[in-house]
Ligand binder design. Structure first.
Ligand code: PMP
Length: 410
């Protein structure tokens, strides 16, 4: 039964039992309405309340300022289903083109086709200067960069750092910032704050991406799918942060985007479809336009309100458990759990080997090999069998890496 096991699976991860019990009831009959929560219209006031409350509680937990919007979207992060990995490209390349358009066109109005010389100038700017900078520190940032390349072509993709290059072809480190090759005016710099598969976490916000004294800095987009709500984040230093809910927030099926409102029109107007066609740049599906989702309070199409409800219950529980502290209290718990596990692993160096470099190892996904006797495969098989028998489940590492892997969920 649930109480007999401790589940370490990275995602979908375990949820608090009381949240699930409450959710199970809500699925049958929500607030004595006679109708389950998944049967109520996503256009009902009840659905809007659930969304607004979850947004407010997330903002409280993470100190998200008022000039940031919170979006609930679908599609995850992955290259395969083209969720946020592509949405980030579409939206922030759109914002970059809108900025350049302003520089080149000034107040000139009208159809882009009426100004062939200006369009030519803009096209040249795109051809020469449009870049996305990716910091590749593990398999998820690598996949995100592959999606950027699929959408834009390799000439617009700058791999500003690749951890494998200085680590024998393997992930497990974060290259020294002095070796990063950042572009001058990148559409955005992308990194994955915690690499779930490889167990590598940025220790803090990168120094070379810090805003200057005027508050202006590079456009920074981060994937925080696996470490959101495990530490305080300097939200203002990011233009956007996204995370799938299924690890630390709720159920599979909903992805959250926290985005600076200045990246939503009308402050920077998105380039028109006609303009993007002239520039041979990809035109986003409407469902991936942050502006569209923001304008509709995440209800442009049929959002799973049940998923938002579960995320909302997890957030409420976090706030109630740690009141008056917010994510800082969860951070202390996460840090302590990680320390306990790393200490236990390190106490037996002849049995276990931690994969990533100590300075950047994840507090959330602890990746290690079982090496006893030199027979890694046999030792790991025995370790998994024995741990499962003791009720420690979901410890098997990602299929691409082997070894062991744990997600110490909140
Ligand atoms: N980013 C990170 C850091 C992840 O761990 C995952 C999923 N494990 C994803 C993105 C992809 O999420 P999804 O499968 O929901 O697309």
């Amino acid at each position: 039964s649930r109480s007999d096991i401790t589940h370490f699976g990275a995602g979908p991860a375990s949820l608090p039992t009381d949240v699930l019990e409450e959710a199970a009831k809500a699925l049958l009959d929500y607030n004595a309405t006679g109708l389950g929560i998944a049967e109520h219209s996503h256009r009902s006031p009840l659905a809007a309340d659930i969304i607004n409350q979850a947004k407010a509680d997330l903002a409280t937990c993470l100190d998200i300022p008022d000039d940031y919007e919170i979006l609930f979207m679908q599609g995850g992060g992955t290259v395969y289903d083209s969720g946020q990995f592509s949405a980030a490209v579409y939206n922030f390349v759109g914002a970059w083109v809108a900025r350049k358009h302003k520089e080149v066109f000034g107040d000139t109005q009208g159809d882009p086709a009426d100004h062939p010389e200006l369009i030519q100038q803009l096209k040249q700017a795109v051809d020469n200067d449009l870049r996305i900078d990716y910091l590749v520190t593990g398999s998820w940032s690598q996949k995100a960069s592959a999606e950027g390349e699929r959408l834009l072509g390799s000439k617009h993709i700058n791999i500003a750092a690749d951890a494998r290059k200085t680590n024998g072809g393997k992930f497990g480190t974060i290259p020294d910032e002095s070796n990063w090759k950042l572009s001058k005016d990148a559409a955005f710099v992308y990194f994955c704050d915690n690499e779930t598969v490889d167990g590598v976490e940025f220790p803090g916000f990168p120094k070379s991406l810090e805003p200057g004294p005027d508050g202006n800095g590079p456009v920074v987009v981060a994937d925080m799918s696996s470490n959101i709500l495990t530490r305080k984040i300097p939200v203002r230093k990011f233009s956007a942060i996204f995370f799938g809910a299924q690890k630390n927030l709720g159920l599979t099926g909903v992805t959250v985007v926290v985005i600076r409102k200045s990246f939503l029109p009308p402050i920077i107007s998105q380039p028109s479809v006609a303009l993007m066609r002239h520039l041979a740049l990809p035109i986003p599906p409407v469902i991936f336009q942050y502006e569209t989702i923001a304008k509709n309070n995440s209800l442009y199409n049929t959002l799973s309100i049940f998923d938002v409800y579960v995320a909302g219950r997890v957030l409420k529980k976090l706030l109630q458990t740690y009141n008056p502290n917010k994510v800082e209290a969860q951070q202390a718990v996460t840090d302590k759990k990680a320390q306990l596990i790393y200490d236990a692993i390190e106490a037996f160096p002849e049995v276990y080997k931690i994969i990533p470099n100590a300075a950047v190892r994840s507090r959330v996904n602890i990746c290690f090999r079982v090496t006893k006797g030199g027979e890694v495969d046999a030792a790991e098989k025995a370790f998994l069998q024995e741990s499962t028998a003791q009720g420690l489940t979901g410890l098997k590492g990602h299929r691409s890496l082997g070894g062991m892997h744990s997600q110490n969920v909140s």
